[in-house]
Design a protein around this ligand. Structure first.
Ligand SMILES: Nc1nc2c(ncn2[C@@H]2O[C@H](COP(=O)(O)OP(=O)(O)OP(=O)(O)O)[C@@H](O)[C@H]2O)c(=O)[nH]1
Length: 354
């Protein structure tokens, strides 16, 4: 049986920065074939056009598909499932599927759609990424252009107009496997830190909360979370049952700053052979927990074993398996550590080499 194709769901309010994040990801895809499904309302198609025109060779028009209708829970059978199947049935299916939900959409019905027979055997939800407008949330308004959000709601008679935005926001947070606090360029460092802490407290246990601006996030952090969200709805459920949503054109009311400070960093730690793989995996998990490392991956040389051990960690969940003999490669342990800027490299190196 072939491995399931991973799908990442990107959710977040109008203007939070979903399209910006996805565009950045496509431009840094490193040859990964990523197909995009955009759940946009009606005939606006704005994000689709932006992304189709992103000018990157990895992002051809064929790889961007739009769902014709705004609400996935109502159109799963006639729209979403066929769209997904069309992608899966290609001669060269994508390596990864990314789905951008429309601004007021809740991710829950979309994740549930992956439980559909014929889909559940072929695709799995790698992770739900909730993009947050850091500035707006810090100010307690959740979206920076409230008028646009209201207009978006009013324009759809099916939309529930009663639920406060704060509750829709809670639902997006509840479903997340990763929360991206975007627009930190508009926040002070303390404000950003406080917001991150607050959101960590509100999210399900173990959910990673990362800070960034202009949606710049290493693709290794964004993709490959392995959450299988559709099989794990516990605690993800929407508190509120409102339906129907649609998207709207973004109103360009934000200032951009050109900044090139790095929000993420990564480095390599090398060491000699390890003893017991299981004990080492636990050691790695401890280091990850102690230092808030987002991803850790690489190979280890294990005493008396010709094969190299592959290590992959998403947060403190560490997977290991023997993949192939070292062959011509040096018999060494080499681990790539990825995290938010400011990792205590020296301490991490010491712990990983212990
Ligand atoms: N200052 C600042 N502006 C940002 C940042 N990220 C995105 N923006 C801007 O915010 C606006 C909205 O970004 P989008 O990526 O279109 O947001 P979206 O979530 O896709 O919005 P919709 O698709 O309309 O729901 C755009 O003008 C972006 O250029 C950021 O980190 N800082």
């Amino acid at each position: 049986m072939r491995a399931k194709i991973p799908a990442t769901v990107v959710t977040g309010f109008l203007g939070a920065g979903k399209t910006t994040l996805i565009r950045n990801m496509l431009q840094n895809a490193n040859g990964k074939r990523i197909a995009l499904i955009i759940n946009e309302f009606g005939d606006l198609g704005v994000d689709g056009d932006i992304l189709k025109g992103c000018g990157d060779e990895t992002c051809t028009e064929d790889d961007v598909m739009e769902l014709s209708n705004g609400c996935i829970c109502c159109t799963v059978a006639e729209d979403f499932v066929p769209t997904l199947e069309k992608l899966l049935d290609r001669d060269t299916p994508p390596d990864h599927i990314v789905i951008e939900t429309s601004g007021l959409a809740l991710p829950q019905p979309l994740v549930r759609a992956f439980q559909w027979p014929d889909i559940s055997t072929r695709v799995t939800v790698d992770g739900v990424v909730t993009v947050v407008d850091g500035k707006a949330v810090a100010e307690g308004v959740f979206a920076s252009d409230l008028a646009a959000v209201e207009a978006q709601r009013r324009a759809d008679e099916n939309l529930d107009h009663e639920t406060p935005l704060s509750e829709l926001f809670e639902d997006q947070i509840a479903c997340a496997d990763m929360i991206v606090v975007n627009k930190t360029d508009l926040l002070g460092a303390d404000e950003a830190e406080a917001l991150t802490g607050k959101l960590s407290g509100e999210a399900r246990q173990g959910v990673q909360v990362v800070k960034t601006s202009m949606g710049v996030l290493p693709i290794e952090v964004l993709l490959g979370q392995g959450a299988a969200a559709e099989t794990d709805m516990t605690g993800r459920d929407a508190l509120h049952h409102h339906h129907h949503d649609h998207d709207d054109e973004d109103h360009d009311d934000h200032h951009h700053h050109d900044h090139d400070h790095d929000d993420f960093e990564s480095f390599v730690v090398e060491r000699g052979e390890i003893g017991d793989p299981k004990a080492f995996a636990e050691q790695v998990a401890d280091v990850i927990r102690a230092h808030g490392i987002l991803r850790l991956k690489g190979f280890a040389a294990v005493e008396n074993k010709p094969m190299r051990l592959t290590l992959q960690a998403v947060g403190p969940r560490v997977d290991t398996y023997f993949d192939q003999p070292f062959g011509a490669n040096p018999r060494q342990t080499r681990l790539v550590v990825i995290g938010q800027a400011g990792l205590d490299r020296a301490a991490i190196e010491t712990l990983l080499r212990a």
